[in-house]
Design a protein around this ligand. Structure first.
Ligand code: ZN
Length: 120
């Protein structure tokens, strides 16, 4: 079981399985947040402290909200505004143990322009 927290610990996240691949995105928002992101079916990730300790940011085409801790500001995850069965949401792997972060293969995604992976 992998459990991550925001910096102050108000938001705690438990992953349902061990991620093997993560995505580093260069879009205008992700390049500021960092990441990398791992994706799970919406509802399968246990998140404590949300929404009580969190705030949301919605931008662009308004399909998802990016969630951060109201106390320490760390971005913990994003979720769809209008969830459909089987849809995914993203978890910021930066909130987890460095050994887990180091164990995943990080793929570079060009969210800024071509919307494709740009692995070397
Ligand atoms: Zn926090």
């Amino acid at each position: 079981m992998h459990e991550g927290t925001c910096h102050c610990g108000a938001v705690r996240i438990k992953l349902p399985s061990t991620p093997e691949v993560a995505t580093a995105c260069n879009c205008s928002l992700c390049r500021r947040i960092g990441g990398p992101w791992v994706y799970f079916e919406f509802g399968t990730v246990e998140i404590q402290g949300h929404p009580d300790a969190t705030a949301a940011y919605v931008w662009g085409d308004k399909t998802l909200r990016t969630i951060h801790c109201k106390t320490c500001g760390c971005v913990t995850h994003w979720e769809p505004l209008d969830p459909t069965p089987g849809c995914k949401h993203g978890i910021n792997l930066g909130n987890f143990d460095p050994t887990l972060i180091a164990s995943v293969r990080v793929r570079r995604f060009d969210g800024a322009n071509t919307w494709t992976f740009i692995d070397p």
